[in-house]
Design a protein around this ligand. Structure first.
Ligand code: BTN
Length: 257
């Protein structure tokens, strides 16, 4: 089914599918065939949902928002990861305005409620020439109506339903996310990371916390750099810039200075 809505940068065309391998694959196919910026693919279930760093993204059929958006920003290819910062800020706002949930960002782009993950983003960039960005497929997975999670997610994931006690129409949630993302993406196109850095910092759970990177570096997260890197201060006073990967946060209040 194709739904059309005029006058929006994102979500003017929505391909709403049933079971697919991954909406990232469907959206990539459409983008390669010339689909315009803002084309969205959503599905009720994925058999091969993709997460960051080669991980799997597991969903429960019909209970999650699974979507991939075709973006064609006129920025260098190195800026593609910044789009997940845009997505994370937009998702926190969408959760607040649509269901009154207080969510926060774990660098770079996990959205958490308390210490549990409710949403993840996956920006997949395709270059058209060395250094030039062709398009980005921004994948978003939001747990909406699950009431429990199987292992290995049981203790680390949550959903809108678990947090609010309400069952929410996934389509309504998508509308809200697209409207919020439309606003933050438009701001990113005008001003880059500068236009959303303050908003990201305000919504971040990571700044001020002691973190460990995937390759074992440790420090207190002190800032988000202009290029989206996480800035850490180590125990011996060094400054580290973390450009990619995951961080594990120590419990709030555990930061040693
Ligand atoms: C993460 O690891 O946190 C990123 C998860 C991104 C999942 C979404 S669900 C919709 C889209 N299709 C996929 O296969 N992955 C993304």
């Amino acid at each position: 089914m194709i739904l059309r809505e005029p006058l929006r940068r994102l979500g003017h065309t929505i391909h709403a599918l049933g079971t697919v391998d991954s909406t990232q694959v469907e959206a990539s196919r459409l983008a390669a065939a010339g689909a315009p910026e803002g084309t969205v693919v959503t599905a009720s279930h994925q058999t091969e949902g993709r997460g960051r760093r080669g991980r799997q993204w597991l969903d429960a059929e019909g209970e999650c928002l699974l979507m991939s958006i075709v973006l064609r920003p006129a920025v260098p290819s190195g800026h593609a990861p910044q789009l997940s910062l845009v997505g994370a800020v937009a998702m926190v706002d969408a959760l607040t305005t649509s269901v009154g949930l207080r969510a926060a960002i774990r660098w770079p782009n996990d959205v958490l409620v308390g210490e549990r993950k409710i949403c993840g983003m996956l920006p997949a960039a395709v270059t058209s020439a060395p250094g030039a960005l062709g398009h980005v497929i921004l994948g978003i997975g939001l747990n909406v109506n699950q009431s429990t999670f199987p292992e290995p997610l049981r203790n680390i994931a949550t959903s809108v339903r678990i947090e609010t006690g309400r069952v929410i129409l996934v389509a309504k949630m998508m509308e809200s996310v697209l409207a919020t993302l439309d606003r933050w993406y438009t701001r990113f196109l005008a001003s880059g990371v500068d236009g959303l850095r303050e908003a990201w910092l305000e919504r971040s759970e990571t700044i001020g916390r002691r973190v460990t990177t995937g390759d074992g570096r440790e420090g207190v997260a002190v800032d988000l750099a202009a290029d989206g890197a996480l800035v850490l201060r180590t125990d011996i006073g060094e400054t580290l810039r973390i450009l990619a990967g995951d961080v594990t946060m120590e419990a709030a209040g555990a930061a040693r200075h």
